[in-house]
Write a protein that binds this ligand. Structure first.
Ligand code: DND
Length: 214
């Protein structure tokens, strides 16, 4: 998308020119097993703080670094994410990684989402930033996206793995919620109200997800 900018230069003199302004689009990927309120706050805060046109919420189809440790199938995690972000301004579900066969690599996703005049902003929590060096084709990611590190009060500094990364930082409220904790509570039959959006809890109940620890 282009924004055409017309400016006046001094009284009676007008210069017209076109300036192409890149649209910034957030990319927020996750295993989302399950998605929870901390994820939503991170995506939404990053969108606001960085002036992103929208944030694509992208559940991983086959998060290879968690192989054997993912509890819900990709279709269920996608349904949870869809329910969780429904009605939230500027967050949009993207099923690209669930539809792609094989291990999920963020480099492939950034390649697929690349468009002229679109700047991709990869939104990451501190723990994800620390792992970046172990990701597939990390060097390619470095060139394809700006990294937005969502920083919660009390987080230790998380830096990208080496020079050349374009990096921004977003301060977000500290919500100590983890998918592991949500799963444990669900397996014990404890409430997760407030930890997940109500519509996502409805999907959990409807599909009988996370009923037993694995
Ligand atoms: P996670 O398994 O950490 O997702 O995966 C995050 C992303 O990294 C996914 O898109 C993966 O495909 C990608 N990845 C990982 C490893 C290798 C490669 C790619 C590769 O290409 O080779 P979680 O569901 O656990 O968390 C999602 C995000 O939310 C993370 O950035 C995490 O730090 C953040 N987060 C929170 N942020 C704020 N408040 C909280 C949070 N809990 C998790 N309470």
């Amino acid at each position: 998308m282009n924004s055409r900018v017309r400016r006046r230069h001094g009284p009676g003199r007008e210069r017209h020119y076109d300036r192409v302004v890149a649209v910034r689009v957030g990319v927020f990927g996750g295993t989302f097993d399950p998605i929870h309120t901390g994820h939503i706050v991170a995506a939404s805060s990053a969108r606001h703080a960085l002036g992103l046109a929208e944030v694509l919420v992208i559940p991983a189809g086959d998060p290879w670094q968690k192989s054997g440790a993912v509890h819900a199938c990709a279709a269920d995690r996608l349904a949870l994410a869809a329910a969780a972000i429904e009605g939230i301004d500027g967050l949009r579900l993207c099923s690209l990684e669930v539809e792609r066969a094989g291990p999920t690599y963020t480099a492939d996703t950034l390649e697929a989402l690349a468009e002229p005049e679109r700047e991709l902003v990869l939104i990451l929590g501190a723990d994800a930033v620390r792992g970046l060096g172990s990701w597939s084709r990390a060097d390619e990611i470095k060139h394809r996206a700006v990294i937005a590190v969502v920083h919660r009060e009390g987080d230790s500094e998380a830096l990208p793995p080496g020079p050349g990364w374009r990096c921004e930082r977003v301060e977000i409220p500290r919500l100590d919620i983890s998918s592991t904790d949500v799963r444990t509570r669900l397996a014990r039959g404890e409430p997760v109200d407030g930890l997940m959006p109500p519509a996502a809890i409805h999907v959990v109940r409807e599909r009988r997800l996370y009923t037993a620890p694995r």
